[in-house]
Write a protein that binds this ligand. Structure first.
Ligand code: PMP
Length: 285
């Protein structure tokens, strides 16, 4: 089905939704993006996603030529115009057309693109039985090289880890940071449960501050589950009672095996299943 794609203030059929080969988003991955989700036509935590998009843009000195409120409106409109109920939305801002050199000051017209489409979900059996993942040998970018808080169009760090995971038969891979601590997976945040306490790496562990992560922390605290944002090692993962991942597309998905080691009983645990249900209800409320 052909989608109506938003580009710079207008909607065009997806076949006509194109950017220049001189756009630095293409030439250098110079731009930022967000992945959002709609449930029954309503975008989940729209303002938080848009705030993160603008923070990413600001971190790379990219000025988005519209306000956050206008961006929210354009995203809502993309969803309604395409008749999307349960969908996935990609918002992209590129640096725009420039020369073949790096200089971002020679770029004009950042391109603002919004694509609203249906969502490709992980198979249900992975939610029921849990994922198997590996630890990738690819570490997160050093924060002094590229902060994990910037959701930039350059995802090669994550893609290299994803390739390693896929070669091992896993759809997700765990990434450590430059200190050897657990950071996150290639497109999802990671949580552990140990003795009834929910543990997750802190924001300064080279992770993206996930919107789903925030929601799960709130839900857990609301359910009087203790939450600690704390540095974790691979051994903490191996010895955890439960493990799960969070992300806009995945929501909450259990992990039952890491590097061929069973986590807990090897089945999705009770805290994971409880939070998975709570998130499911929150997103659809
Ligand atoms: N970490 C990375 C590297 C991501 O790209 C994402 C988003 N796909 C997440 C974590 C999860 O963030 P959110 O819950 O905001 O989707």
């Amino acid at each position: 089905m052909s989608r109506q794609v938003y580009i710079n203030g207008s909607f065009v059929p997806q076949e006509q939704a194109t950017v220049s080969v001189f756009d630095h988003g293409l030439l250098y991955g110079d731009g930022v993006f967000e992945g959002l989700r709609s449930y029954s036509g309503k975008v989940f935590r729209l303002e938080a996603h848009v705030r993160r998009l603008y923070e990413s843009a600001s971190a790379i000195s990219l000025e988005i030529p519209m306000s956050q409120a206008q961006m929210c409106e354009a995203i809502d409109l993309s969803v309604s115009k395409n008749g999307i109920d349960d969908g996935y939305i990609r918002a992209v801002v590129t640096r725009g057309v420039g020369t073949l050199g790096l200089d971002p000051n020679r770029c004009s017209n950042p391109q603002v693109i919004i694509i609203a489409d249906t969502i490709a979900l992980y198979p249900q059996e992975l939610y029921d039985q849990g994922l198997e993942i590996i630890t990738s040998s690819v570490i997160r970018n050093h924060p002094a090289a590229l902060s994990a808080h910037i959701k930039s169009l350059n995802y090669l760090n994550n893609i290299l880890a994803k390739i390693e995971g896929l070669q091992a038969g896993c759809i997700e891979a765990l990434m450590l940071n430059h200190k050897g601590e657990v950071a996150e997976c290639t497109g999802d945040n990671l949580f552990l449960v140990r003795d009834g306490v929910l543990l997750t790496p802190p924001l300064d562990a080279s992770i993206l501050g996930g919107i789903t992560r925030d929601a799960v922390i709130e839900l857990a605290r609301g359910a009087t589950i203790e939450v600690q944002e704390t540095a974790l090692t691979k051994d903490d993962v191996y010895s955890a009672d439960e493990c799960f991942l969070t992300g806009t597309a995945a929501e909450v998905i259990p992990v039952v095996k890491v590097d061929s080691r069973l986590i807990g009983t090897g089945k999705p645990g009770p805290v994971t299943l409880d939070l998975k249900d709570r998130f499911h209800r929150l997103a659809r409320s």
